[in-house]
Write a protein that binds this ligand. Structure first.
Ligand SMILES: [Ca+2]
Ligand SMILES: [Ca+2]
Length: 812
């Protein structure tokens, strides 16, 4: 932006110039002094701009001595839009200049792996580093390009820098103390030497040598050493230092050591074709993961190194990696999935330090990628992480095109997704096509969903009467429309007691009532249970619940059980009690009369409102209300006297069924209106089906009446009057008596007890005796007789006796 403002001011009016200059002056006071408008800030000799075009296969302006993209005269990319994985470039920032800066101890040479880091100011004759930048890419020609830049805060006419690029990392190197730089054979050292006015930077490349002849060493005479030195030339490298002017640094303005613009001679850059330089021998894979920069005291390789900026992670590689991962959904299912690919075979053991992945395919002895590219994976046991079993990984793959295809879905699984990250990939169905470039790290993850199904059921909750057919419908809904759930659902029915035990459902127990076959289409199938509560096998009233069990099938493995749904009780129905009515009729007939003294009975009919399981069994207790007990012409509930014991009902047939009972006899003892009352109480064997009922209506009343007739009963009290008279007129002295006899002969032995009368006679010539019977009645036809006797006390006067009989005929 600053650069464009500058150009604008040069090409437009004075008015604009002053306005633009004012704006620039406020924002970045020195910006207008940075960057040549030509895009070149470097002169090999004098002040003649002599910048380099990008290397073949690269667009990076590593030879123009600045960081800005525009103008693109010397390359369409520069540090401002550095290539590689963003954010790019990688950057290292030194500790602030001064006493806190870190550097290598006195006498440290490049060949020393064991170093001592000290703290302190950098001597003015050595570069005091501030920043370095690193980027890399694969060029259009497939070559591996490396881009490096350094910045310093002192202006020395010359620059002597070394970029060390390691395969392994060295942690903590930036802190004071003893360290050993973790170097691996083949590590790189890029030397960067520049003398102002002396031409372009001199670039060298050395490799870390650990074996072989010491003649490989560049400076040292012992291994290990930096050796096999080669001087980079204009065909495999370019480089420039901003020796013409200050240049704009647009990178990391908020990070340490931000100097902008970077004054002349404080910025240097290079672009190197590592492939052309022979860093990556054909057919081998190398990867560099760490880089740092050092300042050397002089152009001599053996000179001591002083200031440095601690290592930063980088990624420079000629090979790529491909990792194929298997996930099941949900994770961790034990299932082998097979793959075909053109990945190279993995050797037994480990690949590049990574354990050989995958699992042995059926029929194979070894896991991993086989010679024909096939392999198998199993996600078993994994939850959030991956395992050797679900992963094949090859981190040393040459650039090229690789394809991986997952095989047919194993039973119970459906291919769900394939996703790849890193590199350039495309996918078609189960096939991943990976165009692998050096440095690509491609991860492709296959996800196969475990087919799942859900089971739901529905039943009308009722209530229903005993004998009203009920069944359960189970619906199995799968996750894959290609697979219709099959097989049969088994149904269980819990009776009211079991339902209670289970807390209101049929979660366990119950009776297996049979199966229903699933049928349907798509992912949905339904099954209907056998009927229950049929007319031939009615259920007694109460709460019943179903349970449905589906064992799964090959597409949907796993047993499904449903017994309540979300509510826990939606699988239940109620069989309700049947109501009854009791109607009674007194034996004389309702409202009819019966003569006083005639016993009566009551006849009760118990009628069920619905057909159920059998007739309304149980007992009927009869009551009767006397005329004084009836209330408004009936025998209301709670009144009257019980008549006999409860009477067991008998089946009276009919549809709906009925039963009957007859009371014991009862003889009213009053005239008037009497009323029966009958109370039905359900009892075995069918009583659970029925409600009790009572008849206490006026319809079971009757009237007791009586009639009158005239009649007489006569009786007779036998009495007699006896007289004794002296014939000659002599005074009589003695006793006169009368005795009643049954029969007309005054036969001895037939005397009637209590009917003897006597009186004394003294003096007169005559005496009379009258009986006074008031007790002995003759009520039937009979003959009685009185014996009258005078017993004289005078021997000169005779006694006498007389038997008088009476025959009675009594007609009442
Ligand atoms: Ca540049
Ligand atoms: Ca330092």
């Amino acid at each position: 932006m600053v650069r464009w403002s500058f150009h604008l001011s040069r090409r437009t009016s004075a008015l604009v110039i002053s306005a633009a200059a004012l704006v620039i002056g406020i924002a970045i006071p020195t910006a207008s002094f940075a960057d040549n408008s030509s895009g070149c800030d470097f002169a090999a000799t004098g002040t003649a701009q002599s910048c380099s075009q990008p290397l073949t296969g690269s667009t990076f302006a590593g030879g123009d001595g600045n960081l800005l993209t525009s103008p693109t005269t010397f390359g369409t990319t520069d540090w401002q839009n550095a290539p590689g994985q963003q954010p790019a470039p990688n950057a290292g920032f030194d500790k602030p200049s001064g006493t806190g800066d870190n550097s290598f101890g006195q006498g440290t040479k490049e060949d020393n792996a064991a170093v001592t880091v000290v703290s302190g100011s950098i001597p003015p004759n050595k570069s005091d580093l501030t920043r370095f930048y690193e980027a890399s890419e694969i060029g259009s020609n497939g070559h591996n390009f490396l881009y490096l830049a350094w910045e310093r805060n002192n202006v020395l006419g010359s620059a002597n820098m070394d970029f060390e690029i390691n395969q392994a990392t060295t942690s903590g190197l930036g802190t004071p103390g003893a360290h050993t730089i973790n170097r691996t054979a083949g590590d790189l050292l890029v030397t960067y030497d520049f003398t102002n006015g002396g031409g372009k930077p001199t670039l060298g490349l050395l490799f870390w040598v650990t074996s072989g002849s010491t003649s490989q060493c560049f400076s040292s005479n012992s291994l290990p050493c930096w050796g096999n030195h080669e001087t980079l030339n204009g065909s495999d490298s370019i480089g420039a230092v901003n020796n013409l002017d200050g240049v704009t640094d647009p990178l990391f303005p908020n990070s340490p050591n931000y100097i902008n613009p970077v004054p002349a001679l404080q910025f240097g850059e290079t672009a190197i074709d590592l492939t052309a330089a022979g860093v990556f021998p054909p057919g081998t894979c190398e990867a560099f993961g760490s880089a740092f920069i050092k300042s050397r005291a002089s152009a001599s390789f053996g000179a001591e190194v002083k200031d440095f900026i601690a290592p930063i992670p980088v990624n420079i590689a000629n090979c790529g990696s491909i990792k194929i991962i298997k996930h099941t959904d949900p994770r961790g299912k034990d299932q082998v999935f097979s793959y075909t690919s053109n990945l190279p075979a993995e050797p037994a053991g480990t690949v590049g330090g990574v354990p050989q992945g995958g699992v042995a395919c059926p029929g194979n002895n070894n896991a991993g990628v086989q010679a024909n590219g096939s392999f198998c994976l199993n996600d078993t046991g994994n939850s959030n992480t991956d395992s050797a079993g679900n992963t094949v990984y090859n981190n040393a793959l040459q650039a090229g095109t690789y394809t991986v295809t997952e095989g047919a879905d194993p039973s119970g699984f459906t291919f769900e997704s394939l996703n790849c990250t890193g590199g350039t990939t495309s996918k078609s169905g189960k096939t991943a096509t990976i165009t692998l470039a050096p440095g690509d790290n491609v991860v492709c993850t296959y996800v196969n969903k475990l087919n799942t199904a859900t089971l739901s059921t529905s039943v009308s909750p009722g209530p229903v009467f005993p004998g009203a057919t009920v069944n359960d419908t189970a619906t199995v809904t799968g996750s894959n429309a290609a697979f219709t759930p099959g097989g049969s659902v088994t149904f269980f029915l819990c009776n009211p007691a079991q339902v209670q035990t289970n807390g209101g459902n049929c979660s366990s127990g119950g009776t297996n009532i049979g199966t229903g076959p699933l049928s349907g289409s798509g992912a949905t199938a339904t099954a209907t249970s056998p009927d229950v509560n049929t007319s031939t096998s009615p259920l007694t009233p109460g709460l019943y619940c179903f349970r449905a069990v589906w064992p799964g099938d090959s597409n949907y493995p796993g047993i499904l059980t449903e017994f309540g749904g979300a509510t826990g009780a939606n699988e239940c129905f109620t069989v309700q009690v049947i109501s009854t009515t009791t109607t009674t009729t007194p034996s004389p007939g309702s409202g009819k009369t019966v003569t006083f003294g005639i016993p009566v009975t009551d006849h009760a009919i118990i009628q069920a409102a619905q057909s159920g399981d059998g007739f309304p069994s149980g007992t009927v207790q009869f009551f009767i209300c006397s005329p004084t007990q009836t209330v408004q012409g009936a025998c209301p509930d709670g009144t009257g006297n019980s008549v006999g014991s409860p009477v067991t009902t008998v089946d009276a047939g009919g549809t709906p069924p009925s039963s009957s009972a007859d009371s014991a006899q009862f003889t009213p003892d009053k005239t008037g209106t009497w009323c029966w009352r009958a109370v039905y109480t359900p009892g075995p064997p069918n009583g659970l089906n029925y409600t009790g009922s009572e008849d206490a209506s006026s319809g079971e009343c009757f009237i007791v009446i009586d009639t009158t007739s005239s009649s007489s009963v006569q009786d007779w009290l036998p009495n007699d009057t006896a007289t004794v008279t002296s014939v000659g007129g002599a005074p009589l002295n003695g006793t006169l008596s009368a005795q009643l006899y049954m029969g007309d002969t005054c036969a001895a032995g037939s005397e009637v007890s209590g009917q003897f009368y006597s009186e004394p006679v003294s003096g007169g010539t005559s005496a009379t005796l009258t009986t006074t019977n008031t007790k002995f009645k003759v009520t039937q036809n009979a003959s009685v007789s009185w014996l009258v006797k005078f017993s004289s006390n005078d021997s000169n006067v005779t006694g006498s006796s007389h038997c008088e009989s009476t025959d009675l005929v009594i007609n009442n």
